[in-house]
Design a protein around this ligand. Structure first.
Ligand code: DGL
Length: 283
């Protein structure tokens, strides 16, 4: 009898959604990878569009914002949480994971692991927001796995507004990228981590400047893979059996829901018909 109750509880948890959050729209690059790689998983996404960008904020604030968002996601009964934001993963993951009784995955661990696997000459570049690069969290993760690897970081703050403006293949974006990357590319790196949610959207431009000899690592893709392995290990993967009639994907924001919807529709393989605005300060 007890065993049956326990089994049905586990089955319920398998059907529960994954909570994914970011400072705004960028985390949709992670959602896109989860949709592609784990199509049976339901998702509740929160984008903190009222308080974006996190990339120039203090650690104290990023921790406070992340805690509030996690409290909100817990009200949605999520079975696991993905911190899609590189900045929040770099500054807040350590602090927030201690209080949680469900699994939580950030983007930095998976991205760092792939970079370690990829590099042959042990010279890795990381690009990201000012806060991510200053925190040196990627460096720490990489060097914990292989202390001989040298990591070169470069903050590229203008990429976020350029991507949000939709200037993905624009000559202005290319010129900005050239300036940001020129010094880094002279360091003889063979691997470059796209350490910010927005950068996979200008991947082809970065690829063009970096050349064939530099392997680009997309932490969004690696995180979806890691999430899949984690759910399997914990027997939490959704089989899809009970998905019929349920909302697969729900989107919440703290401001500008309409603009969010437009951006979401430009990058997701799914029609986002609405994003709900909530007051995140209440959580
Ligand atoms: N989502 C952020 C990141 O991946 C970029 C935007 C921001 O600065 O909030 O670091």
């Amino acid at each position: 009898m007890d065993i049956n109750i326990e089994e049905s509880r586990t089955a319920d948890r398998r059907d529960a959604p994954i909570g994914v959050f970011d400072s705004g729209v960028g985390g949709l690059t992670v959602v896109r990878e989860i949709m592609r790689n784990l199509p049976e998983e339901r998702i509740v996404y929160f984008g903190d569009t009222a308080r974006v960008p996190y990339g120039s904020k203090s650690q104290e604030n990023v921790i406070r914002f992340s805690e509030q968002i996690i409290h909100f996601l817990q009200t949605q009964d999520v079975k696991a949480i993905v911190v899609a934001c590189n900045t929040a993963s770099a500054l807040a993951l350590d602090a927030v994971e201690q209080e949680l009784d469900i699994p939580i995955v950030g983007v930095i661990g998976p991205g760092a692991r792939m970079a370690v696997e990829s590099t042959k000459n042990k010279r890795v570049g990381v690009i990201g927001t000012e806060s991510t690069i200053r925190s040196r969290t990627y460096d720490r993760f990489i060097q914990a796995l292989d202390s001989e690897i040298v990591v070169f970081g470069k903050a590229c703050p203008l990429f976020v507004p350029l991507v949000e403006e939709g200037w993905l293949k624009d000559s202005v974006t290319e010129e900005v990228a050239r300036r940001y990357l020129s010094e880094l590319l002279r360091k003889d790196i063979d691997t470059l981590i796209l350490g910010c949610t927005h950068y996979p959207l200008i991947r082809s431009l970065i690829e063009k400047l970096a050349g064939d000899q530099v392997h680009l690592v997309n932490p969004a893709y690696e995180t979806a893979q890691e999430l899949g392995r984690l759910l399997e290990r914990m027997n939490l993967q959704n089989t899809g059996e009970h998905n019929a009639g349920r909302e697969m994907y729900q989107f919440y924001v703290s401001d500008a829901a309409e603009k969010f919807g437009e951006f979401a529709n430009s990058i997701l393989p799914y029609d986002v018909t609405r994003a709900r605005k909530i007051n995140i300060e209440e959580y």
